[in-house]
Design a protein. Sequence first.
Length: 146
Amino acid sequence: MFFYSKVILTFIMKYRILPYNPRLKAYARKLRNTMTLSEIILWEHLRQKQMMGVTFQRQRPILEYIVDFYCKELLLVIEIDGSSHDLDEGEDMIRQKQIEQLGVSFLRFTDAEVKQDLKHVLHQIEAYIVENKELSNEDSFSVMDD
């Protein structure tokens, strides 16, 4: 388990720059080119600020992991759980807890939810954005790109 000092967490919250392993960048690029059907379906609704003007990145390295979708503005990860994940449920929860220590929140959906009830998935994401975007704007400082 990682533990971060208050100074590091303050920096992360102020500039919204998360630590990651640079060696994962090439693998993340490969994953962007081989997305699952459910990832492609959801990405079509998240890309180019289509979801309420919020920017999402896909297959984003954070710490020693790669998350499905990440919104820097909201410090939000969206994960699609299904057969494509190499981690079992226990390892997935350890990974989530490590990333949450950085102040990042998670929304999780199953592969089946995305494929069979996309409208509900999109509604949940929109509800999260509405609930948290205002808080994010109140806390925002000059945001640096990583």
